[in-house]
Design a protein. Sequence first.
Lengths: 375, 379
Amino acid sequence: MMKRIIQIARKEFIQIRRDKGLLRMVAIAPLLQLLIYGYVVATDIRALPMAVLDHSASTESRRLIDRFTASGYFKLEEYVDSLNGAERQLNSGQSIVVLVIPEDYARNLRRGVRAKLQLLVDGTNSNIATIAIGYAGGAIAVENAEQLQQNIRRKGLRMIEAGIREEPRVWFNPSLRAINYMVPGIICVLLMEMTVPLTAFSLVRERERGTIEQLMVTPLRAEEVLIGKTIPYVLIGLGDASLILAAGTLWFGVPFPHNLGALLASTLLFIVVALSLGILVATFVQTQQQAALSAQFALVPNILLSGFMFPIESMPPAMQWFTTLLPMRYFLVIVRGIMMKGLGIFDLWHQLLPLAGLGIVIFVISWLRFRRIFG
Amino acid sequence: MRFPALRAIARKEFIQIRRDKATTYMVFVFPVMMLVLYGFGIRYDVKSVPMTVYDQDGTQESRQYIERFAHSPYFDVRHYVSNYRDLQRDIDRGEARIGLVVSVDFSRQIASRREAVVQVIVDGGDNNTATIAMNYVSQITQGYSSAIMVQQMEALLRQSNLTVPAIEVEPRIWFNPNLESVQFVVPGVIAIIMMIVGTVLTAVTIVKEKEQGTIEQIVSSPIGRYELMIGKVIPYAVLAYLDFLLIVVASYFLFGITIKGSLLLLLVTAFIYLIGVLGLGILISTTTETQMAAMLTAILVSMLPSILLSGFIFPIRQMPRFLQALTVVVPARYFIEILRDIYLKGLGPEYFWKETLYILLFGVATLVLAARRFEKKLG
């Protein structure tokens, strides 16, 4: 049996080796993604472009503007001199925030009357808008505290300094480096990207070309074909994952995981799940074109909804329930747990169990269907 | 270019698509599924961050302080623990991203008008969420602090006629006043779906002829390369455009998303975007020999950039310079900008004629490049 599996695997390897376009992509994919994800996702939101409409033009108003820009959260793009100018800034997207300081701002502050400001916010990107409003609130809170102290001192009163001090302690990733968080995620995405579509393709290809009949008349058994054909893709997946791990630790300085055994064991489990998913796709489609379309549409939810980019707990309950069907959701927690928290297999059983369970279900369904169609 | 030849190729492709019922279903079912999933699912505002509280003080003051977290939409206080070990376990398992430890002398310190200390333990794993959550903790703590201060100084402040706070800000949100992320996500989903359907299907369909050897038959016929390429692409152009219309209609009925600007402009710019999408698909098909390679290339050069480098979710301005430079060749970037201008801002062409021109240029450039490579290979 071993010999026949090796034969099939060899045939598949030869086909892959001949396909220069495929090899190129298999090599480029991990590095390109490390670059893009590493730098795009989870970058801090700073230097939001801001315009100012300063009707007050006073020392006070200038000090307020300084508060905004000095924080680093806002970058002064332009002074505008009318609401029309402000509108143009927001329309063109040149600024996403316009701070409107009314004429009586300084006068009100000096008289001790509450001064009102207006902040025009481009709500297109709801996330950025919320963050911008938060940052603006912070800048104004600082200015308010300053004002209060000044006033109290001016009246000859003493400030009461009671308050609460926070002692933040960041665990696991004390420097809050985005790349430390992204590398485990990219390993997961890449394994998914390489194994699911490629296995689906390699099986459907035999069917589309009619070579599956030739395989059927040989003494090969269904499981031999299946194992032999998937071995090369397991290796490609493992190879790409190691490449990411190496580049991440050597180039980006991500801490090397101590528990390599746990990482390897859980990665193998995940690859088996991903392969089963690929086989499942293959049993549902007839042509490679269909496989391509299904694979792409199957990948995107895993990228967007697995917790790779956005925290699952922020999603609405129905969607959180949906994410329990995504194998990547569990694997992500496992890889991040091993690489960032230094956890072992036994700490992660509550993620490994559902992943294995999901894997068994997918595997059994895909195996039954595979045997009926390819056997 | 001769139209009868073009028509013949397009007709052949149409017949092949029609026979392939599954593809047709997929082309119309997947986009709606995607719209629903992402419209409901993508919430990248940080909310209900799971939190575990260790209240060493256990007084009315400490409970008041903790209550502020429990009532905040940003936090979800799931567990109360009574030792550090349980706190650590919750954070290790990811059951809490934040651990709040209120020190044993919290209320005593406040009563004696000294500084009280709270410890905030943050799971720094997801640095983005961690930073935002820490900001929220600070906001709540500051709010509580200043409430205490104002309370303690109330008599003084009243005597001296001081307004607290001195400055008040009133945010006015334009374009998307309720800050619904769905409004922001849907235009991006339109651009991405058109990209997947247009690019992947065209790339694979041309490579299929190569893989199956039928391309030699076509090349040896009197059909020219432009006729072959365009003829093969027309059916997918029609499919991608129908998808676009489907999503526009579905997003209206499912999410109530209306177009503030001109519908005509939307239809025209989508058509121009289609040229860019199909051009990219054909170009991919000329650089690969197998459908498998074509699909993998399509994932890497069309799907991922359309999601990550297009401003779909991550603002381009916040990226490092070299990646910003890379976004120039991502047509989805321009189309998403146009879509948002039309959908959310209701702007006219004076704001996006440049973007439209870029897409057109990209489309023409990819088509010409593809045609030349095609000739070299087969000529």
